[in-house]
Design a binder for this molecule. Structure first.
Ligand SMILES: CC(=O)SCCNC(=O)CCNC(=O)[C@H](O)C(C)(C)COP(=O)(O)OP(=O)(O)OC[C@H]1O[C@@H](n2cnc3c(N)ncnc32)[C@H](O)[C@@H]1OP(=O)(O)O
Ligand SMILES: CCCC(=O)O
Length: 446
């Protein structure tokens, strides 16, 4: 029925890329759905256009518009959450970070608060018989971008899984201006990370906090995968998932019957997420699987909606925490590592959920430049961003224990956090707390 429409809109990536004019804002799709053919075609226009602003989120390949234009003669690239590729480009001045809570982006686009997109370049599945294309593994805010863009170009990839959605997971051909085709496997995020002893100790401490019927969110990074694996081997049952990200570790949780969503108050029996990144096994598992519902990020990450499920447990990683409980999860000094993403959104949501518990976890130390450094620090580095402010500091977990910081005074926070630090750093931290006037004689460690 829509075959003629499809044929009329079909063109080469190079033809589609010609739509972009100097001064345009081009919004590309996110994470594993970064539109590789359109990026390549646009990169061939270096020197032909100027001041073109391109934005995406966590591109899982290195955008060619950056590498083809190291002097930024034509393109300036920015991302809402840096991937490893984007982090490296950032260090060369070829990728800028856009600070923000992930939940807010669709609203900012629709309200015009964000620069409006001139051109949307969005990767999708091929259309179904009703003329709909599916946003695959990155619903994110693809719909908001397409609604607001002057020109919508789809990059159709027949290797993208069709992911069933709660809403806004698809777009109709009538809303599309150009279609290009390219078949390639989605980039994969390896599932096997080498687990450290500290990660296993932290996971053990977190498992104690999860009950039958809890609703889980796992953040990004090595640690959440370790915990998911441990849950898959536990006696826990009737768990639910309401998360931002879906990962390969979900497969076992679902197949082993740990996660069935039966105790959720909303999206019952569904594992909810806005983007997925993992192995091909995950992408195959997601394809038309009714166990999942993808939603746009203003729905998955809305704290008020997160709170509708009882016993929401959120497990996110951080880079460092200062003695006041300021949580810095996305940068180290001027080095932007990743982004705020949904860390603050989910922490706020879990605080409001009945029986909910937000957690921030980290190994107590890390190797940096060949030196062992503490992640619990007197003060976070100059220029480092605070991802969760101290007013919203939840329970912090290291391999040495848990510290519930909410409602605690500055001296109590300092004391509890120092108990979670590696023993080699505790004396220096006590001295720092004394110098900061957040230590008292009532403190246990002295
Ligand atoms: C997309 C989403 O929003 S999902 C929802 C939750 N969102 C979030 O939690 C967002 C913030 N969190 C994050 O970005 C991640 O969880 C992180 C960065 C805290 C941890 O992720 P991991 O992949 O486990 O981090 P990893 O240990 O590999 O380190 C990543 C980088 O940070 C650097 N880093 C880590 N700790 C430190 C530190 N204390 N000082 C300096 N640099 C550090 C590492 O060296 C590495 O950089 P490199 O690749 O250039 O060498
Ligand atoms: C994680 C994405 C952040 C944004 O672009 O809003």
């Amino acid at each position: 029925m829509y075959a003629n429409d499809y044929k009329n809109k079909l063109c080469t990536p190079e033809e589609a890329a010609r739509v972009v004019k100097s001064g345009d804002w081009v919004f590309m799709s996110h994470f594993a759905m970064f539109p590789q053919a359109l990026d390549e075609a646009l990169s061939k226009r270096v020197g032909e256009v100027s001041d073109v602003m391109v934005r995406s989120v966590c591109a899982t390949v290195s955008p060619k518009i950056c590498t083809a234009d190291p002097e930024k003669k034509s393109f300036t690239y920015m991302s809402g959450y840096l991937s490893g590729h984007e982090r490296k480009l950032g260090e060369k001045g070829l990728c800028y970070y856009i600070p923000g809570n992930y939940s807010a982006s669709p609203t900012f686009i629709r309200s015009g608060t964000m620069y409006p997109p001139d051109v949307a370049m969005i990767q999708t599945t091929p259309p179904d018989n009703n003329g709909y294309f599916n946003f695959g593994t990155s619903v994110s805010y693809a719909r908001a971008i397409c609604e607001m863009a002057k020109t919508v170009i789809l990059e159709v990839n027949d290797q993208v899984p069709w992911v069933l959605g709660g809403e806004q997971e698809s777009i109709h051909i009538s809303e599309v201006d150009y279609i290009v085709e390219k078949s390639y496997p989605l980039p994969q995020l390896p599932s096997t990370t080498t687990e450290t002893e500290a990660e296993r100790a932290i996971a053990t401490l977190l498992i104690e906090e999860i009950e039958d019927g809890s609703c889980l969110q796992f953040g990004i990074g090595g640690m959440p995968n370790t915990i998911a694996k441990m849950i898959a081997d536990s006696d826990l049952k009737n768990l639910g998932i309401h998360s931002e990200m879906a990962t390969t570790s979900y497969i076992d949780l679902i197949l082993k019957g740990k996660v069935n969503g039966s105790m959720k108050n909303i999206d019952k029996y569904k594992t909810v997420f806005t983007f997925a990144m993992g192995t091909q096994k995950l992408y195959d598992f997601l394809h038309r699987n009714p166990a999942f519902a993808s939603y746009p990020v203003d729905i998955t990450n809305n704290p008020a909606r997160i709170a509708l499920n009882d016993k929401q447990i959120t497990i996110n990683n951080t880079v460092e925490i200062d003695l006041l409980g300021q949580i810095s999860s996305e940068s180290s000094g001027i080095k932007q590592i990743s982004g705020t993403g949904g860390q603050l959104d989910f922490t706020m949501g879990a605080f409001q959920s009945k029986g909910g518990k937000p957690f921030i976890c980290m190994s107590s130390t890390t190797m940096q430049g060949g030196n062992l450094v503490s992640r619990i620090v007197p003060s976070i580095k100059t220029f480092s961003a605070v991802t969760c402010p101290r007013t919203l500091a939840p329970t912090v977990v290291t391999e040495y224990g848990k510290a519930q910081l909410t409602g605690k005074s500055t001296f109590k926070r300092a004391e509890m956090l120092i108990e979670l630090a590696h023993p080699d750093f505790r004396e220096d931290l006590i001295k720092a707390a004394q110098a900061q006037n957040i230590w008292t004689r009532t403190n246990k460690i002295n």
